[in-house]
Design a protein around this ligand. Sequence first.
Ligand code: ZN
Length: 279
Amino acid sequence: MALFGAHVSASGGITKTFLRAREIGAEVFQFFLRSPRVWKWKGVNEETKKIFMEKLKEFNAPVVVHAPYLLNLASPKEDLRKKSIEVFLEELRFCDEVGIHYYNFHPGTATGIDEEEGLKKVIKSLEEIFSQYSPKFTTVLLENTAGEKGDIGKNISELGRIIKCFDGVKLGICLDTCHAFAYGYEINTERGFGEFKREIEKTVGFESIKAIHANDSKVPLGARKDRHEHIGRGYIGFEGFRNLLKDEYFSTLPYYLETPKEGNMDIVNLKILRKIYSE
Ligand SMILES: [Zn+2]
């Protein structure tokens, strides 16, 4: 069964996320532990942690924490890479401790080095992370990227190369539909979607895909830009989401909107996804 939800704000404290999810009728949700563009984190006090854990248990559906955008495990700047590892570990430990299902991150950006070298840095960084901490509950999700300059993890094969290095670690993929389409996967045609599925089958296997970021795209196929649009209003269109939601495997996953926060659009987008799913 598919579950439908969205990214929600955690401003005012992480326990507020449950109410915000309920307000839009979300069955699942994603949030940032800290403001995504700052390094500093006050952390969460014991009382808040306790309340959060109780609410999460009650909620009883997969919740995602999205890593901050600043994080770059592919950086050739050693201080930035180390800082990224530190923040990653801090957040992963927290997620695992309180029982958050998924910790999602963008693999990284190769800046001033070639992408192959960047990919190796991501693997090295993850080795450093998992040698220090191996989560018991939380699954770490690599998100596919739109393939902007230096983006690591723009296609399934690339993500597969990273995943293969970590046997026995809870690692999977969060598929962002906008990024996949902007990179060049024509998921809105039968042929394109078929090819996309075959690549998954040949590389990581369907069971590696754990969650979907459900976003339409403001840019055409292969434009390699990360610009999210409301469901059905972009270049992917309803057909792309129909392919996913009618698929035997993809129709069993949780869907998280990351579409622009405009008025009641989360509610509208969720309604559209559910309609396509139930048709
Ligand atoms: Zn995303």
